[in-house]
Design a protein around this ligand. Structure first.
Ligand code: SF4
Length: 223
C-alpha cells in the first residue's frame, strides 16, 4: 500500500463503510496503475470479505465499453471481470451480435464482490447506493482512460448509475440513450439474469433479448 493510500486510510478512519475510493486513486493515471492501486482500496467495507478487487479488462483503445454491476464468485477468485457463467453468456451473445470481446473494455460499477453465505456458497448481494457511490471514482477513471465511443450498460445497476436513475432496462433496453460519457449509449439486461430465468424457454427469450440489444449497439457504432 502506498504512503498516499495509508494517509487516506488514516484520514477516513481506515475502515469507514463508504469513505469513497477517490483518496486511493494513483497520481499517475494509466490502466495498469489504476488496476494496481485498486487492490489497496479501502473506500468502502466491501474489500474486507472479497478476495481481491476485480478491475476492468481490455484494450485502452477499445471503442466499446461494457459495464456490469459487480464481480461474481468466479471473478472474485480469478481477479478478472465476466469470466464465470454470466461471462460465458455474455461472450456468446457478443459473438452472435458480431462483436469481438477483444475489441471491448469490460468492467463493473463496483470492484469488490459483495456476497452473503448460503450454505457453503457465496451468493451475490446487490451493492447499495452508498457502495456504488464510493466506488465510482474507479469507473470514472476507467472511462477517462478508455473514452469509449459506445457505452453498453449491462443491467439496471450500471444503467441507472451511468445513464440516470430514470432508466428502466425493461423499457429502455436496446435503444440509443443520451449520455455525456460516450457518443452512443445503450442499456440491456445483465447476462446473469439469463441464468436466473425459471425455465429453458424463458432463458432462451432472455438470451435473445441480450443478443438483439447487443446487435442494436453494434449498429449504433456502424452509424
Ligand atoms: S468496492 Fe470499490 S470503493 Fe469499495 S473497497 Fe472495493 S474498490 Fe474500494
Amino acid at each position: 500500500m502506498s504512503a498516499r493510500s495509508r494517509a487516506a486510510r488514516r484520514d477516513t478512519g481506515g475502515e469507514s463503510a463508504t469513505a469513497g475510493a477517490a483518496a486511493f486513486l494513483p497520481a499517475r493515471r494509466s490502466l495498469a496503475a489504476l488496476r494496481k492501486a485498486a487492490q489497496d482500496c479501502r473506500g468502502c467495507a466491501l474489500h474486507a470479505r472479497a478476495t481481491q478487487a476485480v478491475f476492468g479488462e481490455g484494450r485502452r483503445g477499445a471503442r466499446i465499453m461494457l459495464v456490469g454491476e459487480q464481480p461474481g464468485d468466479d471473478e472474485d477468485h480469478e481477479g478478472r471481470p465476466f469470466v464465470g457463467p454470466a461471462g460465458r453468456v455474455l461472450d456468446a451473445a457478443l459473438r452472435a451480435a458480431g462483436i469481438d470481446r477483444a475489441d471491448c473494455y469490460v468492467s463493473n460499477t463496483v470492484k469488490h464482490f459483495k456476497w452473503q453465505p448460503r450454505g457453503k456458497r457465496r451468493m451475490h448481494s446487490k451493492p447499495n447506493a452508498a457502495e456504488q457511490r464510493a466506488c465510482r471514482p474507479w469507473l470514472d477513471a476507467e472511462l477517462e482512460q478508455i473514452r469509449p465511443e459506445l457505452l453498453v450498460c449491462l443491467g439496471a445497476t450500471a444503467a441507472q448509475a451511468l445513464l440516470g436513475r430514470g432508466v428502466r432496462v425493461t423499457v429502455d433496453h436496446g435503444r440509443a440513450l443520451p449520455s455525456a460519457l460516450a457518443k452512443h449509449a445503450i442499456a440491456t439486461i445483465h447476462p446473469s439474469s439469463v441464468l436466473r430465468q425459471p425455465d429453458a424457454d424463458a432463458r432462451e427469450r432472455a438470451r435473445r433479448q441480450l443478443t438483439d440489444d447487443l446487435r442494436a449497439a453494434a449498429a449504433l457504432l456502424r452509424g
